[in-house]
Design a protein around this ligand. Structure first.
Ligand SMILES: *Cc1c(COP(=O)(O)O)cnc(C)c1O
Length: 363
């Protein structure tokens, strides 16, 4: 057997370590996972009720086109229904976009430290990957613009960026879009957009009427708290959405996921509460890192990337022994860990453990 040569070297995706594994391996009864940017504040009660009700329809295939959910979201976003596509998480929209737009040898541009799936899917399509270094943890849009050639097909921008949490402003983004040639698709990943409180942030959907080559990605996995159900979406020009629909699997989202997403869209109060609680967590982390003399990127998401000034794997292992899971091993930031905002109790437990670990693991 011979797989495609360009996939042979690819790593299998390494998710945040599951709580159950850590409990078993280390014999711990209490484990706190702050490694996958999940919503520590749960999910909407309306979504829970909707899933339970929808379960009775389990033997029947879902609506492949998610008609009801699409109509509700289109209304909420102020776009046409043919401008929206749903995926099994926005990860699947990334996969489908790469599949629809990237042929072998095409060029695609992304930041050097950003969400791993842009590069991963581009490699599967055998595209040529051009990575542009972050500048102070932020996307360097002028440098990315300078890399565009006639062969460029997709530029990926993660806003806020995972893992650094930084944002590019509306002004920076529009200045960039104004210069991007029309043959280039810009994918703007707003997986954490609902958390952003900064008024300079751009709402990508509001820019769609001006730029037909913009695709905005969002997900129900983060602030909506539906990560296990797997549902996310893309919003863009109807032509872009049609191309992506052409490579979509017929039944790529489940009934339960569609029902939960639809119900969640009626619960703005839950989202507002989560954004407010998250902001408190970010503030708490910032104050504590300042107190401990650790530098970090100013985060607009539900996680913070902090420099622990020691090899991140060692700090990860030491935290793990205390029952706290974070995310280490960043290629360009070897002494940084990424920690997700938890409940205040979890945040405090993390800081307490980190303080002890910093004494144990010498510089
Ligand atoms: C979590 C995340 C996603 C997608 O998550 P799904 O669960 O597949 O919707 C997409 N982009 C970024 C930057 C993320 O952090």
């Amino acid at each position: 057997m011979q797989p495609k040569t360009n996939i042979v070297h690819l790593p299998v995706y390494q998710p945040g370590k599951p709580v159950e594994d850590v409990k078993r391996e280390l014999g711990l009864s209490e484990v706190i996972k702050l490694a996958s940017n999940e919503n520590a504040f749960g999910f909407s009660d309306l979504a829970k009720a909707a899933v339970i009700e929808e379960l009775s329809n389990t033997p029947t295939y879902p609506d492949g086109a998610s008609v009801e959910l699409t109509a509700k979201l289109a209304d909420k976003l102020g776009v046409e229904t043919n401008q929206i596509i749903f995926g099994s998480g926005s990860s699947e929209i990334i996969l489908m976009t790469a599949r629809a737009f990237l042929a072998p040898g095409d060029e695609t541009i992304m930041a050097d430290e950003t969400f791993s799936q842009y590069k991963h899917n581009a490699e599967i399509e055998n595209a040529r990957i051009i990575e542009v270094p972050l500048k102070d943890g932020k996307h360097d849009l002028p440098a990315m613009l300078a890399k565009i050639t006639s062969k460029t097909k997709i530029v990926w921008i993660c806003n806020p960026n995972n893992p650094t949490g930084t944002i590019v402003s509306h002004e920076e983004l529009t200045a960039f879009m104004d210069e991007v040639p029309s043959h280039v698709l810009v994918v703007l990943d707003e997986a954490y957009g609902e958390y952003v409180q900064d008024s300079s942030y751009s709402d990508g959907v509001s820019m769609l009427s001006k730029y037909r080559n913009l695709l905005v990605l969002r997900t129900f996995s983060k602030i909506y708290g539906l990560a296990s159900l797997r549902i996310g979406y893309g919003v863009g020009h109807a032509d872009v959405i049609r191309y992506i629909n052409q490579v979509r699997e017929p039944f790529n989202t489940t009934r339960a996921a569609q029902a939960a997403a639809k119900a969640s869209l009626s619960d703005d109060a839950f989202i507002e509460r989560c954004a407010a609680d998250n902001a408190k967590g970010i503030k708490y982390f910032s104050e504590q890192f300042d107190r401990l003399g650790l530098s970090y990127f100013e985060s607009h998401g539900n996680f913070v990337m902090v420099d622990v000034k020691r090899p991140s794997q060692e700090v990860f292992d030491a935290l793990l022994r205390k029952g706290i899971i974070v995310r280490p091993r960043w290629t360009y930031y070897p002494t940084y860990i990424r920690v997700s905002v938890g409940t205040m109790e979890q945040n405090e437990a993390f800081i307490k453990a980190l303080e002890r670990v910093l004494q144990e693991v010498t510089v």
